[in-house]
Ligand binder design. Sequence first.
Ligand code: HEC
Length: 122
Amino acid sequence: MVAAGMLVVACGGGGGTAGAPQPTSAAGKRGLVLAEQSGCQACHTANGKNSTGPTWKDLAGSRIKLDGGKTVVANDSYLTRSIIAPKSQVVSGYAGIMPGNDLSEDQVADIVAYLNELSSLT
Ligand code: HEC
């Protein structure tokens, strides 16, 4: 039943983000909706469990080891670049399979706001 599956996805506010903190700022809320609509949660969780991609919980502000050995801090510019140009920096231990997207600059900023909130709320 494809339709039933779609419904579960549409209810992602509770499903994919179950147990995860909900953003409170307007930008963070928009970011969560955009992430749901863009299918990001097929590969990313907000609850601390790594999936096909690293979890988004406590990602913002953390130190990330990149493929090639470099370590960077996941600040706004790193997060933005990770979303706009996924293949420009690949996290160590993961395959560089994150697809591109057609999010606008404002939309990416909203998702980054959401990711920042995921690190500030517990
Ligand atoms: C097909 C699976 C897949 C989808 C869909 C996907 N990603 Fe990813 N993403 C990954 C993988 C794998 C990585 C780790 C490798 C890398 O850095 O490219 C990653 C890395 C990231 C990172 C950096 C994480 C870190 O720990 O440094 C961010 C931020 C991110 N993705 C955001 C997004 C957003 C926003 C979307 C939706 C627009 C999205 N991803 C959709 C697989 C995916």
